[in-house]
Design a protein around this ligand. Sequence first.
Ligand code: GDP
Length: 365
Amino acid sequence: GHGFGANPSPRIVMMGLRRGGKSSICQVMFHNMQPLDTLYIESTTAPTTSVFSSFIDFAVMELPGQINFTEAMIDAERIFSSCGALIYVIDSQDEYINALANLHSIIIHAVNANPTINIEVFIHKVDGLSEDFRLDAQRDITQRVTDELLDDGLVNVSISFHLTSIFDHSIYEAFSRVVQKLIPQLATLENLLNVLCQHSGIDKAFLFDIGSKIFVATDSSPLDIPTYEICTDFIDITVDMNNLYAVDRRPPKTGSRTDTNANGNNGTTITTTTTTTTTTTTTTTPTTTTANNNTTNRPEPPVPQGRPIGSTSRLSNGVILYLQQMVKGLALVCLMRKESMPKIALVEYNIEFFRDALEQLWLIG
Ligand code: GDP
């Protein structure tokens, strides 16, 4: 296949100790689960691998503590050698000494297998920490990890630290940063967005992966979080509206929805019912079913399958939100002032050029 992230092997691997929040992050990001519903996710005791197909190929490997560490690492090294980033999730609300020791040995293996791999440390669950504590935790963890790497003479490791929580935008932002580093065409995309904004009276433009709400690129004007959040909400609303009268093309269910060989988790049932509004009307084809051994009952991310989605909305403060689906599951989301509205034909004309450029980039990539 084609595409910026097209690669038969996983590009991003996620690891971390049990209960750190890995499954929750994946469910929230790739399966539209509500953050509170992650309380019901059942813990896994064996190393598990789940693969999510999004704009990027994404695999989650869960390693429960030090058990079978060497054995699991042989497998992991094979994966490291072909992936761009390793996300390591640390529970910031818990004692993190064990996690840091685990992270250190994983970094050694990862860098050994792939010296250019990006190590991305998610200092997670920071919603439970005060602002001061967050910064302290970040400083402390950064210091310990880099000191240990220095002691081992590892000076060229590409490592970044992110404060994250599934209860706010921070997990999406961190993920976006991780993904952006892996896109070789990022500079070109940013340039295209800059040109589009300049010539169309657009204040801010994002290119989003609709399914995960990761933003792949944005123009170089300052990014503020409320704007980003409005755009992600707008994606949700547009997708929901688009699916409102969609015909369900899934094959009829045999047996009950919960009667599968999944992990027998009651929480799964609860989630399925609470997210009905966004999932039951989703149009999915049978071929989009991912090989995800953890989430047999879960809805697919609501990526539109039919004609491209689009919508325009005017907020009470006069700001215009504009969304157009581009190639694949990518959408352009723009903010404009109401003064741009009379020129909307020009804006759309320019957006068509942007789409063409994107299609060409996609074919080259
Ligand atoms: P895993 O074993 O690493 O996959 O961890 P889980 O995804 O099972 O998460 C363990 C627990 O952490 C669950 O009860 C989640 O609800 C909770 N959790 C996950 N992410 C967050 C977060 O950002 N903040 C808080 N407060 N709890 C979280």
